[in-house]
Design a binder for this molecule. Sequence first.
Ligand code: CA
Length: 223
Amino acid sequence: MKYILIVEDEPDIQELLRTYLEDAGYKTVTAGDGVEALALFGTRPFDLVLLDLMLPKIDGFSVCELIRQQSQVPVLMLTALDGEEQQLRGFGMDIDDYVTKPFSMPVLLEKIRVILRRRGGAGEESRRLAYRDLSLDLDSREALLAGRPLELTAREFELLHTFLSAPGRVFTREMLLAKLWGYDFYGDERVVDSHIKNLRRKLGRDYIETVRGVGYRAVKEDR
Ligand code: CA
């Protein structure tokens, strides 16, 4: 079963998309603006996001950017005007494809099929991240160390995920706070340090390095 997040503010178009995709055998979740889209995106794994460009509150560009910070889910953009595609590329948007409104439903459906086929391969492979003897399953959110399950809290898992997605890159406490606790977190940056400390203890290995005065990073693998 493939889940599609439909982000569209026009009720008629949203309903049309929902009905059509459900008839085609997809499960859908609908959002009417960018804020709702981001909230719903965190509630379950999606196989594809159908994203309208012009949205209230947060536009499609920003929604796509924020989704990309946490996921490589395929994004199919809905644009109102021909020529916006060039803008999308210009902005360096990491989208999989786009359709221009008004679009034909069969064309849209075919594009969705192509993207899912291209992305899915056999269909059910899980998204994994491997680093040394660590393996993270990004769907089940299970972490294995030398083949054994690690008991991590949600934030510890996210910390590890963040570091391992870019070994060698330094993450400041501010970046980690913003990513894991949200920008409106009000409190002490030392909360990051205590989570790192717990994570290190659970790993039992010095995979996470302190960059003095800056932040933390995963040790690069070739060292
Ligand atoms: Ca719109």
